[in-house]
Design a binder for this molecule. Structure first.
Ligand code: OSB
Ligand code: MG
Length: 374
């Protein structure tokens, strides 16, 4: 395989509902869509970085810079047959995992299409449908949140995740639990607490939660181990895990009993599979996290979720939970709490050029040496 042309586009979609976490508030999402031409096929990728550095250090603009100046030049025109060679081509680039994930995804899509195989099967996954959950943001008051919970429980989603923050935690969880005593329920703090909040967080042990996600600092593993030792509720790490090595260290230190695997946060599908493998060897359950991906990124999330260690419902909801109109058609929808995994070669989704064009803010095109285009 040789990639002859790469197009980058920043695409903006308005969210169906403003999404608030302990660290940010969003009413639209800007992601970078990567289109790669090679071997007579077109591969699609999505860099799902937030536009602000409040979840992780990367932003849409840092990803644009890293893709434009380092990752695209490293991959364009290079001959490869395995994804490992693509990763090696930009191996000198430290960090910048969201940027890497998008270009790697486009290569997985190309590889699948050229071999006539789905990305899920290339990864070794077997599941044909994925248990789907929803992540609900912070609201102005508990009745507004309850409306959201009622709606998505009613639609059949398998579990609900509530964003929490100081001032929006114990009372909120108590209210939802009172109304839904048996609902699979979990919370995500997006690093809003410190060990000084230990006694406060212990109250969460009363609500039979599946887990508490990233309660402490985004770059911490050590304090989480201390917290986990004091809590009955399993701690799940999100922000702190960037690689399979991070996962191994966190599990060795007993900093978590569950890991949230985000394709973008760990730099792509290859590393996501390695994180899965580390966890599976130790019997640690994983689930697929999300970054409000458009249909391309969500198809990659579905592909990784077909691996056997993904035993908990993920943050992969139907397109309609996020967007009025996704950039792919047909969109990915949950039916009775399950999303079918696309079976066509590659990621198995079809972006709609007219929709992409309508929502695009900025583009740039690169051609390998010796090739011109208009
Ligand atoms: O922490 O999991 C998170 C969205 C943006 C940034 C961080 C997070 C999230 C979500 C939503 O929780 C996941 C999704 O539905 O895509
Ligand atoms: Mg999270």
């Amino acid at each position: 395989m040789r990639i002859d042309r790469i197009d980058l586009a920043i695409v903006r979609l308005p969210l169906v509902r403003t999404f608030r976490t302990s660290s940010s508030r969003k009413s639209f999402i800007d992601h970078i869509i990567i289109r790669a031409e090679g071997g007579g096929f077109i591969g699609w990728g999505e860099t799902a970085s937030p536009s602000d550095p409040y979840y992780c250090p990367e932003t849409t603009e840092t990803c644009w810079h890293i893709l434009h100046d380092f990752l695209v030049p490293a991959v364009l025109g290079k001959e490869w047959t395995e994804i490992a060679e693509v990763r090696a081509a930009y191996g000198k680039v430290k960090g910048n995992n969201f940027a890497k994930s998008g270009i790697e995804m486009a290569c997985w899509d190309l590889l699948g299409k050229s071999r006539g195989q789905s990305v899920a099967s290339l990864l070794g996954g077997a599941a044909t449908e994925i248990g789907s959950g929803v992540s609900l943001g912070i609201e102005d008051d508990i009745p507004s949140l309850m409306e959201q919970v009622d709606r998505y429980v009613g639609e059949g989603y398998q579990r609900i995740k509530l964003k929490i923050a100081p001032g929006w935690d114990i009372d909120v969880v108590r209210a939802v639990r009172a109304r839904y005593p048996d609902l699979p329920l979990q919370v995500d703090a997006n690093s809003a607490y410190t060990l000084a909040d230990l006694n406060h967080l212990k109250q969460l042990d009363n609500f039979n939660l599946l887990l508490i996600e990233q309660p402490l600092a985004h770059d911490d593993i050590i304090d989480h181990a201390q917290l986990q030792a004091a809590l009955r509720t399993p701690v799940c790490l999100d922000e702190s895990i960037h690689s399979a090595d991070d996962a191994r260290k966190a599990l060795d230190l007993k900093a978590a009993r569950v890991i949230n695997i985000k394709v973008s946060r760990v730099g792509g599908l290859s590393e996501a599979k390695l994180v899965h493998d580390v966890c599976r060897e130790r019997g640690v359950p994983v689930w697929c996290g999300g970054m409000h991906e458009f249909g391309i990124g969500r198809a990659a999330n579905l592909a990784i979720s077909t691996l056997p260690g993904f035993t908990l419902p993920g943050d992969i909801s139907g397109s309609d939970k996020y967007y009025h109109e996704d950039i792919i058609d047909p969109s990915l929808l949950a039916v009775d709490g399950l999303i079918p995994v696309p079976i066509s070669p590659g990621l198995g989704i079809l972006p709609v050029p007219e929709r992409l064009a309508r929502h695009t803010l900025r583009t740039v095109s690169f051609a390998a040496a010796g090739r011109t285009f208009g």
